[in-house]
Design a protein around this ligand. Structure first.
Ligand SMILES: [Zn+2]
Length: 239
């Protein structure tokens, strides 16, 4: 191997190690730890028969209102992680969420991937998200990064703004065009466990995805209630 090849190899290894330490390991590690802790609490019977419904990627004109009506029907309080740009387009929906007693958290300004972004992007993204929601009268304490992707700057700035990082235990792939309302319902019912945080979506997704999510919830909420589950906002979650 020539000296040039060795130098390229070393630079490559440095770049890979940097990426791993900067964002990949923190993102994957925190998701793993979140799920492990939830499972442990459920196993030890510490979680109660509670579920936490959380909705990302809204508000959306077409779907968020329908979802709010469905939640009201069952007097369920949930947590919405809104995209600031969509919140600015639909301030009435954010107001409606708050009026109904739901918790509103942030989910970036434009749903951009934070994985390999630098300090300035992370700082601005969080600051603008917080300010947008605060201008709408929401007190912002909770943050879920898009795809759960974060880096070391994210961890620093969420401490600076006193934000609580919220990940999830259960996904139902409800953003996918391959899922039906029935398959989302099955996933929800098969995957929940006491104390689980469910991550669903009331915006974005493929080909009218939130409509299937709402349909799946219409079917699964009564079943979960019958199974003795109650639904709480993320501020009732014990960390
Ligand atoms: Zn998202």
């Amino acid at each position: 191997m020539s000296e040039k090849h060795i130098a390229i190899l070393i630079i490559g290894l440095i770049l890979i190690s940097t990426a791993l330490c900067y964002s990949l390991i923190p993102s994957a590690g925190l998701k793993y730890l979140w799920k492990r802790k939830s499972r442990k609490r459920a196993r030890e019977g510490q979680a109660g028969r509670r579920l936490y419904l959380t909705f990302d990627d809204g508000p959306s004109k077409a779907y968020t209102g329908q979802l709010l009506c469905l939640l009201k029907q069952y007097q369920i309080k949930a947590t919405f992680f809104v995209v600031a740009e969509f919140a600015r387009e639909n301030p009435d929906l954010v107001e409606w969420m708050a009026e109904e007693g739901h918790l509103v958290g942030i989910h970036s300004v434009q749903h951009k991937n934070a994985l390999f972004r630098g300090r300035e992007f992370i700082r601005t993204d969080l600051k603008e998200s917080v300010e947008t929601l605060e201008d709408m009268g929401c007190k912002v304490d909770y943050y879920r990064p898009p795809w759960g992707h974060l880096n070391l700057w994210t961890l620093l700035f969420i401490r600076y703004w006193n934000l609580r990082l919220i990940l999830w235990d259960v996904m139902a792939n409800d953003w996918s065009a391959l899922e039906t309302a029935e398959s989302i319902k099955e996933k929800i019912l098969n995957r929940v466990f006491p104390g689980a945080v469910l991550c669903l979506h009331d915006g974005r997704g493929k080909a009218g995805a939130p409509e299937r999510t709402i349909e799946a919830l219409r079917e699964s909420i009564p079943i979960l209630l019958e199974q003795g589950y109650s639904f709480e906002r993320m501020d009732a979650y014990e960390y």
